[in-house]
Design a protein around this ligand. Structure first.
Ligand SMILES: Cc1ncc(COP(=O)(O)O)c(C=O)c1O
Length: 406
């Protein structure tokens, strides 16, 4: 008789956004007239920029001719894409990362959940609390997290680093030593960032204790303040302790197109074993490359026209972020985020729990957000709104919330 991977059975409930989807669908079915505004899931709404569309069209035409047809992509990605990534995202920022340290993939969700595979099962992970749920859940599925405490909503073998209003939503160095540290800045869900000095402390700490940092920089394009690092490789010593994850979803609207990459410097080693070599082996065996068409679209992100168009797109969402932030603040809410990230993190009013506020907003003003508790116990009583909606919907949602009596 076959057996299932029992670690999957330990996962509490369904994936956060499936639960939200079910609740919204049930409400919608019961109130078909309701005009629901979704500011919950971090999905973009603006169409792809013209340069990206042109690149996609061009690549599709190439696929229709024998001379320019492309089959399987190279495991680690096409050179043309890895070169522009290395030049624009790293060399231009003074980071010493070469094209052959970049592994192109179909997005940061897969990379952030798969990367744990190359580490031993007895490694201890440390995560921010609240946190993008994929880091913990993928480690649960692998059997690395111990037992679940339903009351505290924590795993026995995970080190939680609370990110609260008291510490400016920036984690403190943990008192227990981890092997693998997940950091995400600008942060989902809190929208918080850390400055270069703070990130340098993490890099120094990881090198000192022999930990690896998995640095998720999916929201890097939203950084507006000078002192906030765009890459962990801006810090000295990061090449020996950090893996960086990037996505084309938020900077270029590729949530439905799918493209991302992982950077593993060649100096990053566990003893004599190169993590670069392990990930290359994993990629070669389990992944057949992001589509040629999509990689050409990714290349267009770095063209002069592409950069100009995407700058406007990011500004469009950040204008929404500003509108939400100021609107809710003026209505008396305690808000943060929204300056270097497309997320606004607000305190649920009147001592409501995150899910109570979720239900209240859905029922009273038909606005959907994300309950902070879905990201970890320290997210309880908080709520996340995204700036990824259309401007019109954002304005209407904020006006509805401002008029709502609580
Ligand atoms: C922190 C973080 N990392 C990764 C992802 C997923 O990115 P992708 O669309 O490239 O899979 C998200 C998506 O919301 C995210 O918030």
């Amino acid at each position: 008789m076959f057996k299932v991977n029992e670690h999957y059975l330990k996962l509490p409930g369904s994936y956060l956004f499936s639960t939200i989807g079910k609740k919204v669908n049930a409400y919608s079915a019961a109130h078909p007239e309701a005009k629901i505004i979704r500011l919950g899931i971090g999905d973009v709404t603006q169409p792809l920029a013209p340069s990206i569309i042109d690149a996609l069209h061009g690549a599709v035409d190439e696929m229709g001719k024998a001379e320019t047809f492309h089959g399987y992509a190279p495991d680690l990605g096409y050179e043309f894409l890895r070169n522009v990534i290395a030049d624009n995202d790293y060399k231009a920022r003074g980071c010493n990362i070469s094209a052959d340290e970049i592994f192109v993939s179909d997005g940061a969700k897969c990379d952030s959940s798969n990367i744990q595979e190359i580490f031993s099962l007895d490694n201890k992970i440390a995560v921010c609390d609240p946190v993008y749920p994929v880091y913990v859940d993928s480690n649960v599925m692998a059997g690395r997290t111990g037992e679940y405490d339903a009351k505290r909503e924590t795993w026995s073998d995970v080190i939680y680093m609370p990110c609260t209003a008291d510490n400016g939503f920036a984690p403190l160095l943990p008192s227990q030593t981890p092997d693998i540290i997940y950091l995400c800045f600008p942060n989902n869900p809190t929208g918080a960032t850390i400055n270069k000095t703070q990130l340098q402390e993490w890099v120094d700490y990881a090198n000192r204790v022999g930990a690896v940092i998995i640095y998720d920089a999916a929201y890097e394009a939203y950084i507006s303040e000078e002192d906030v690092p765009h890459s962990i490789y801006e810090c000295e010593g990061a090449r020996t302790c950090a893996i960086e994850l990037r996505s084309f979803s938020k900077n270029a609207g590729f949530t439905g197109v799918r493209l991302g990459f992982t950077v593993i410097p060649k100096e990053l080693k566990a003893g004599d074993v190169s993590l670069h070599a392990l990930w290359a082996r994993r990629h070669g065996t389990k992944y057949n490359g992001a589509p040629y068409i999509v990689q050409r679209a990714g290349e267009a992100v770095y063209s002069e026209a592409g950069k100009a168009q995407l700058k406007k797109q990011v500004a469009y969402y950040m204008n929404n972020a500003h509108y939400i932030y100021e609107g809710l603040k003026s209505a008396g809410y305690t808000v943060s985020g929204g300056v270097n990230a497309p997320y606004i993190w607000l305190k649920a009013p009147n001592g409501m729990t995150s899910w109570e506020f979720f239900d209240y907003l859905l029922e009273h003003v038909n606005v959907v957000g994300t309950p902070g508790s879905g990201f970890g116990p320290s997210g309880e009583t908080y709520f996340r709104l995204t700036a990824f909606g259309s401007y019109e919907n954002t304005v209407e949602a904020v006006e509805r919330i401002k008029k709502m009596s609580i």
